[in-house]
Design a protein around this ligand. Structure first.
Ligand SMILES: [Zn+2]
Ligand SMILES: [Zn+2]
Length: 271
């Protein structure tokens, strides 16, 4: 099966294990028609966030884009297209400046992500969650959903990353978030954002994708555009679990997925 697109992937510019060239060549070898790197841009609004090695150095953003464009020029052909992307952490305090700066670059899509609630790194280490009370866990979730809503309301992002990420370390997912998920999906619809079906969760302690079938069914009913991504940090994972993801989308009633070109969304047949 030739896959249509894989847009959420990381190279050594952030926390991936391979160079952009290795990721692009590996993508081309899979036969995927459109491929993009989306390394992490995280510009925290203050101290104590522990960013650094896992993020793209903000002062090297121009080099990152230039390297993506360099490979696009060399590897694009009639069956393979490189798209230029970025996974951007949303912070209420500074998103306007950050997004304004990104307008200078020819991105095909911007992924909006939330990896922090306050300075708490949501998906970094299971041990950090073990130190939290139930009350504190509930506060992380609440704050997380507020940030997802804020991210959507900027109107600048193409799609939201791993919708229910805070479940990552909870085996079988985390209960009691269905009404928060419904509200978040409603806001995505109002703000015209797409949703990714992020397959990486299948390989994490939660053992399920972000998000699962009930949320995808609701998203379908709301008419939210959707796309499948692997969130690959390794060249072998570029289309990991895509057949399973396609089945889920079909089960939710989806017949189309979306691609992006110069921040414009294009609907395509699912298979
Ligand atoms: Zn992410
Ligand atoms: Zn990612």
């Amino acid at each position: 099966m030739t896959e249509l697109s894989s847009y959420h992937n990381h190279s050594r510019w952030s926390d991936g294990v391979a160079s952009p060239e290795e990721m692009y060549r590996a993508a081309k070898a899979t036969g995927v028609r459109e491929f993009g790197l989306s390394d992490h841009l995280v510009i925290p609004p203050g101290e104590g966030y522990g960013t650094g090695t896992w993020c793209l150095p903000p002062d090297r953003l121009e080099e990152y884009v230039a390297e993506c464009l360099y490979w696009k020029e060399r590897l694009d052909d009639e069956t393979f297209t490189i798209r230029i992307g970025l996974e951007v952490d949303y912070f209420e305090e500074n998103h306007q400046e950050v997004l304004a700066e990104l307008e200078k670059y020819p991105f095909d899509y911007l992924i909006g992500a939330v990896h922090y609630q306050g300075t708490f790194p949501i998906d970094q280490d299971a041990k950090l969650w073990q130190g939290l009370s139930n009350q504190q866990i509930a506060e992380v979730w609440d704050g997380y959903w507020r940030k997802i809503t804020g991210l959507a309301r900027t109107g600048q992002f193409s799609f939201v990353a791993h919708l229910d990420l805070p479940k990552k370390f909870f085996s079988g997912g985390y209960p009691s978030q269905s009404s928060a998920i419904s509200q978040a999906l409603q806001v995505l619809q109002e703000c015209d954002l797409a949703l990714e079906l992020n397959t990486a969760g299948w390989a994490k302690p939660c053992g399920e994708p972000y998000p699962t079938l009930p949320a995808l069914c609701e998203a379908r009913q709301l008419g939210l555009p959707v796309l499948i991504n692997a969130d690959a940090h390794h060249p072998d994972h570029i289309c990991r679990f895509f057949p399973e993801a396609r089945q889920l989308l079909q089960a939710a009633g989806y017949q189309q997925v979306c691609t992006f070109q110069q921040r414009q969304r294009i609907l395509q047949p699912l298979s």
